[in-house]
Design a protein around this ligand. Structure first.
Ligand SMILES: Nc1nc2c(ncn2[C@@H]2O[C@H](COP(=O)(O)OP(=O)(O)O)[C@@H](O)[C@H]2O)c(=O)[nH]1
Ligand SMILES: [Mg+2]
Length: 320
């Protein structure tokens, strides 16, 4: 067993941080780490919070943590920041720390990761980071991400429950509601209920999203004053406990995509290496250039040759 894996399983934070960096950058022994912790995963529940910057996600997380701890969860937070991987985590950290005067949050693990703009990349690294935290004993993992774009859709695919946070004072309300989040939320939250316009926004969202077939839950709260945050936490906790069958189905779909992606990636690498050393390949390029062959013909023949080679090697290796 790798030393870093021993550290992770003991919940050592430095090992955790290091492993998360390796996964986020897809470097070092990150695959081996995942393989070695894999048997210890499968317990954690995950929720994602998304919504415009400034809508109060971090503040709300700070409040929810206090409630979740009462339910007995051991909590980790991952901030996915598309713009600045460093400040994102720092801001989140500061806020939660600021509120920690009331209650000790030193047992909450916090970490920010960069999305590196690679769509598809984030869900892959996020899933593996969740596995690491899961193996380390964190059983509720909260992912905070900013905005309403492709990144949020990616995140919502990976987590068990998605919360979309709105607020009365972020620009055009209807625009905010429309911006690609009507499908992803399991719970929609109108935060800053202490401000004017919260009721109007609540009604707008209910009219816009509440009547869709999924019938998502719409709640109102103020993360600042704490009004309604207990109900938000209880709703989340109930849904986490009641929808295990749904989560299992979702996980099965995700695993299918994940495995398919991995096989395709491995195949692509292998085939590219085989092509590079393949004399027929180089020969065909000349032939195409001299009009002795067309590209479709060449591609067809090369593909069959490579696949035949690959699979006959595979059968041979497995016979011994
Ligand atoms: N009035 C009011 N302000 C809030 C509330 N929740 C958060 N804020 C403030 O909104 C600002 C942005 O909050 P933050 O949690 O950083 O938003 P995030 O960008 O979505 O994570 C901060 O100044 C918070 O103090 C609320 O319920 N009411
Ligand atoms: Mg934030």
């Amino acid at each position: 067993m790798l030393k870093i894996v021993e550290g992770i399983l003991k919940g050592d934070r430095r090992s955790l941080s290091r492993a998360i960096s390796l996964i986020d950058n897809e470097e070092g022994k990150y695959q081996e780490i995942i393989s070695q912790i894999f048997q210890n995963t499968g317990k954690a529940m995950t929720i994602g919070l998304t919504g415009p910057g400034g809508s109060g996600k971090s503040t709300l997380i700070g409040k929810l943590i206090d409630e979740f701890k009462r339910f007995g969860y051991k909590i980790a937070i991952i901030a996915v920041d598309p713009t600045s991987p460093l400040t994102g985590g720092a801001i989140l950290g500061d806020r939660v720390r600021m509120q920690s005067n009331l209650m000790d949050k030193s047992d909450v693990f916090m970490r920010s990761i960069a999305s590196r703009g690679a769509i598809g990349g984030i869900s892959r690294s996020l899933r593996n980071i969740i596995r690491i935290l899961d193996a380390a004993g964190y059983d509720l993992i909260i992912v905070e991400s900013v905005g309403a774009g492709q990144l949020e859709i990616e995140v919502s695919k990976v987590v068990n429950l998605t919360l979309v946070v709105f607020t009365p004072n972020t620009g055009d309300r209807v625009q905010a509601v429309k911006a690609g989040v009507t499908e992803i939320g399991d719970i929609y939250i109108v935060n800053k209920a202490d401000l004017e316009g919260a009721n109007t926004l609540y009604n707008t969202i209910r009219d816009f999203i509440g009547e869709t077939e999924r019938k998502p839950i719409i709640l109102k709260c103020s993360a600042k004053t704490g009004t309604g945050t207990k109900e938000v936490a209880e709703t989340i906790n109930n849904m986490l406990n009641e929808q295990l069958d749904n989560f299992k189905k979702k996980d099965h779909q995700l695993l299918e995509i994940e495995l398919k992606d991995m096989v395709l990636n491995i195949l692509k690498d292998k085939i590219l290496r085989m092509l590079k050393d393949n004399p027929t390949y180089h020969n065909f390029i000349h032939k195409i250039q001299n009009k002795k062959m067309d590209p479709f013909q060449a591609a067809e023949i090369l593909t069959s040759n490579l696949l035949n080679n690959t699979f006959s090697n595979y059968t041979e290796n497995n016979r011994n």
